[in-house]
Structures are given as structure tokens and as C-alpha cells.
Write a protein that binds this ligand. Structure first.
Ligand SMILES: Cc1ncc(COP(=O)(O)O)c(C=O)c1O
Length: 386
């Protein structure tokens, strides 16, 4: 696959070819666990690295391998490794890179379970994390210790959509011989490729946009071989490999990734503009809005001549948590659910404050707008009484 091909073409073709034995178009699901050798010589050739051979699917599987090749191509990295969930990708990466007392500087705005892993699991492994506002370069630099090995951030944070510039963090990380890890789940490689901007390792919860249908649980880590191969080895010890069926569903999902991200982004921009103008809404977080504090940076990072800023929005309801009831109970189309990146719009009230997170789906914009604005209208009497 030539790198000169367009991103949409590579989403379809990278890592894929007709099956060499049957000519089947589309990667088959290699559901088998083990692989046959014909001679002892083949085993010896495999062991001394002369002839690659699959041995055991939890270590390497042809369907999973196709997905890994595709992701490395799309992220612009040397290689990728697939795992059974986004959290397996995050924990497997950090456990490998921070083994034996390593320290990570992590963004103070991260997906909840990542934060929990960093605060509760890492110390029991002898490693540690310091949380800082990663948009404050001086604060990041002050947090560096002799044990620091990595900086960890999300380019668009979950759930507040704070925008972080991978270029600034990469420059600092490399000046101090640190590894920059970015969780790019909210944007997908269709909108941002952090490795192009200097990140060393890019992580995705493949459960979200890469799948696109809410049918799969998976994770991907992409980067240079020197970082990814030790993570791959760790996964076989932890037993957190991706299943062949999940890899096959993800290959199918990624074929339509750029088209879906366009539609998610269009719907989100329209929805965020409506939210910003609605009297029941206190505050909207969406970097696609000119009023968002991260807008000019997001435009610089993602703009690429078009207005696509992804499908994730969060907003605060006026009045507070008391308004969650009238709002959520009035929705007729959107699904009240956690997770994101699905073709249906998913709406979830945050466990703190009066924040609501929306993962904008692929529905007709008019229907989506009507559903959310009707539900917001239902909050107005309570807002007026406050
Ligand atoms: C930004 C981000 N990273 C990682 C994860 C974890 O992914 P998974 O649920 O596939 O373990 C999530 C899940 O919501 C997420 O939002």
C-alpha cells in the first residue's frame, strides 16, 4: 500500500488483500487458535526468525494482524498492536513503559477509568503519576523527575473537550528524552493523527469511532517497533489480546470511518450551535464553536480547510442536576447511554455537576435537533422557577 494514496482509500485497502488460498474478497475471520507446522525444520526456521509463522492466536492471529497493519498505515506509525479493550491498551502500554518505578506526567483531564488506573493501579506496581494542566508548558516541565518516562494526554479531553497541542508536548517530551502518549479516541485518525505531530504512541479505544456501531470492544496502540513490541509481549502475559471476530468487525467499521466522521462532525456542529443559543443551556464545550476557548487551536490542528471537529459535545444545564430528569425523560430519539462513537446519538448525565455529554450520531440532523431542543424546552419551566 503506497502512502501516497488518500486516507479514505487506505481505510478500505490498507492491510487487506484477497485471501491467498481462496481468493475471498475481504479478510476472513481466522477463528482458529493454533497453527500447523509440516516439519521440524519449519519450527526451527520460525524460532531463529528466518521464516515467520503464526503459532497461537492469543499471541498473533492473521485477522488481527490485518487490523494492526491497517491502523499503523492510518496513524502513520511503524507498527500497531490490537488488544481486547481501550483500557487493556492503556493499562498494557503504561505497565510496560513504566515498569520498575517509572513516573508519568498525565493530563488533569482524562477519561475517568484512565485516571483511576493511574491513581489506584500504578502505585501497586511501583510506578506513579502526577496530574498537571498539560496546556501549561511550565507546569509540565516542573513535574519532570529523574523517574519520569512519559507524558500522557488526550488531544480532545473526555468529557470537557479541552484541546491539547501534541506539538508542544512532543517538543518538551523529546527535549527530556520522554515518550509522548496520546489517547486519540475522541477524534480517530480520520480527524487527527497525533504521530504526524510528534506523538510517539497513539492509543484508541476501538470500541468507539473505529467500530462505529457499538458492536465491538477493542483497543489499539500504534508507534515505533521499539515501544510496541514490548507492549505486545506484555499482552501475551496479561492475556488481553483482541479476538479475531472483533478484529473483523473493526476492519469493516474502519472502511467507512472518514464518511462517518464527516457526518458526526456536521451533526455535532449544528447541535452545538443550537445548544449554545438555547435558554436552558448554561455552557457548551465544543471546539468547533468559534466561542470555544480551544477553537483556534482545534482549527489549527484539525481544520484541514474544512470544519470537522468530531462528534463529542458536553454542556451544562441551567439550574443544575434537578433538570436532568425533565431533559432526559423528554428525549424520544436519542439514547440515554454511556459510551461514544456509535451511529446512534448517545446522551449521558455526568456523575458530577450539571454536565451532560453527547456523542452525536449519524441521524438526520433535523430529527436530532428537534429531539434535543424539545427535551431542552421541557426544562424551561424549572429553569424559569429557579
Ligand atoms: C477517551 C477514552 N479512552 C479510553 C476509553 C476506554 O475504552 P474501553 O471502554 O474500550 O476500554 C474510553 C472509554 O470510554 C474513552 O472515552
Amino acid at each position: 500500500m503506497t502512502a501516497a494514496r488518500g486516507f479514505g482509500t487506505r481505510c478500505i485497502h490498507a492491510g487487506e488483500a484477497p485471501d491467498p488460498t481462496t481468493g475471498a474478497h475481504g479478510v476472513p475471520i481466522y477463528q482458529n487458535v493454533t497453527y500447523a507446522f509440516e516439519t521440524h525444520g519449519q519450527i526451527e526456521a520460525m524460532r531463529c526468525g528466518e521464516r515467520p509463522h503464526f503459532t497461537y492466536s492469543p499471541r498473533a492471529n492473521p485477522t488481527v494482524r490485518c487490523l494492526e497493519v491497517k491502523l499503523a498505515d492510518l496513524e502513520g506509525t511503524e507498527t500497531s498492536v490490537a488488544l481486547g479493550s481501550g483500557m487493556a491498551a492503556i493499562s498494557g502500554t503504561l505497565m510496560t513503559l513504566l515498569a520498575d518505578g517509572g513516573h508519568v506526567i498525565a493530563s488533569d483531564q482524562l477519561y475517568d477509568l484512565t485516571k483511576t488506573f493511574l491513581t489506584t493501579e500504578l502505585p501497586s506496581l511501583g510506578s506513579s503519576a502526577t496530574f498537571v494542566d498539560v496546556s501549561d508548558a511550565a507546569a509540565v516541565e516542573r513535574a519532570i523527575t529523574p523517574q519520569t518516562r512519559a507524558i500522557y494526554a488526550e488531544p480532545f479531553s473526555n468529557p470537557l473537550l479541552r484541546v491539547t497541542d501534541p506539538r508542544l508536548l512532543a517538543e518538551m517530551a523529546h527535549r527530556h528524552d520522554l515518550i509522548l502518549i496520546m489517547d486519540n479516541t475522541f477524534l480517530s485518525p480520520a480527524l487527527l493523527r497525533p504521530a504526524d505531530l510528534g506523538a510517539d504512541i497513539v492509543i484508541h479505544s476501538a470500541t468507539k469511532y473505529l467500530s462505529g456501531n457499538g458492536h465491538v470492544q477493542g483497543g489499539i496502540v500504534s508507534g515505533p517497533r521499539r515501544h510496541i513490541e514490548p507492549i505486545r509481549a506484555k499482552i501475551s502475559h496479561l492475556g488481553t489480546a483482541l479476538s479475531p471476530f472483533a478484529a473483523w468487525l473493526l476492519l469493516a467499521g474502519i472502511h467507512t470511518l472518514p464518511l462517518r466522521m464527516e457526518r458526526h462532525s456536521e451533526n455535532a456542529l449544528t447541535l452545538a450551535s443550537m445548544l449554545a443559543a438555547h435558554p436552558a443551556v448554561e455552557d457548551v464545550h465544543y471546539p468547533g464553536l468559534a466561542s470555544d476557548p480551544g477553537h483556534s487551536l482545534a482549527k489549527d490542528l484539525l481544520g484541514m480547510g474544512h470544519d470537522r471537529y468530531g462528534g463529542m459535545i458536553s454542556f451544562s444545564l441551567k439550574g443544575g442536576r434537578a433538570e436532568f430528569g425533565p431533559f432526559l425523560d423528554s428525549l424520544r430519539l436519542c439514547t440515554i447511554a454511556v459510551s461514544l462513537g456509535d451511529c446512534s446519538t448517545l446522551i449521558w448525565p455526568w456523575h458530577e455537576g450539571n454536565l451532560v455529554r453527547i456523542s452525536t450520531g449519524l441521524e438526520d440532523s433535523r430529527d436530532l435537533m428537534l429531539d434535543v431542543s424539545n427535551a431542552l424546552d421541557a426544562c424551561l419551566p424549572a429553569v424559569a422557577a429557579d
